[in-house]
Design a protein around this ligand. Sequence first.
Ligand SMILES: Nc1ncnc2c1ncn2[C@@H]1O[C@H](COP(=O)(O)OP(=O)(O)OP(=O)(O)O)[C@@H](O)[C@H]1O
Length: 272
Amino acid sequence: MNADLSSPATHDAADAAQALLSVRDVTLAFGPKVIQHDISFDVKRGSIFAVMGGSGCGKSTLLKSMIGLLRPTKGEYLVGTDNYWAGTDEDRVRIGRRFGVLFQSGALWSSMTVGENVALPMQMFTTLKPHVIRQLVELKLGLVGMLHAIDQYPSELSGGMKKRAGLARAMSLDPDILFFDEPSAGLDPITSARLDELILNLRDGLGATIVLVSHELSSLFAIADDGIFLDPESKTAIAHGSPTWLRDHCENPMVHAFMHRERTDSSSHGDR
Ligand SMILES: Nc1ncnc2c1ncn2[C@@H]1O[C@H](COP(=O)(O)OP(=O)(O)OP(=O)(O)O)[C@@H](O)[C@H]1O
């Protein structure tokens, strides 16, 4: 399989200069089982970067590794000038403070209200006074259209509201980079489109930099402006570029089939 790495978004010296996060020659494995090898890409400040590929290719594993839950067997993650895995545990905690993560389910604490969930990271990691935290919580919930639900418990929320609340919590500490794992999973198309709009507003209004894993083509085409396509067979990246660029220009058959929702023998494990 030939790698189609010639898109406008292929990483080069200019991209590296703008990069907020640089992934360099990363190999991920569980024991002897290699999941992906020699992955390199740059996430530019203010971009929405998609990790794409069929089911089981290693998207979530890569995301986990980027947020510090899995040490790569080889390679580096550079966050600005910080080399994430090269430092001490304290260094990683400091660098990790620059990350916000939205997990698939929203991952809210069920015994706490929405407001308490959003306040928790501020209470744990800052010395802000309670009334300041309250103001910030209201601000974050306002940004995601959830201020009205500040005193509600997660069990009282719809799937889309849980995602919004999870997003407000991910933004609690004003992260430099937001990581989203399947933000549209479990949402109906209208709620999913609203979440896409919200994500675009966060990028355009706040200049947020976002890395996401998603299967949802409509969502990928609507919001992502750069990305990487992982192949489960060769276990490495076979294309770089925005989802629309890959859809319209990438000639690699696996990528073409995925982006056009076609079934081919070689992509039988691709998601549909
Ligand atoms: N803790 C683990 N130990 C061993 N293998 C694992 C572990 N976690 C994931 N894997 C394997 O790594 C591979 C990639 O899994 P991963 O969940 O990253 O894929 P994915 O692309 O996110 O899939 P999906 O789109 O279906 O969520 C799979 O073969 C999976 O079985």
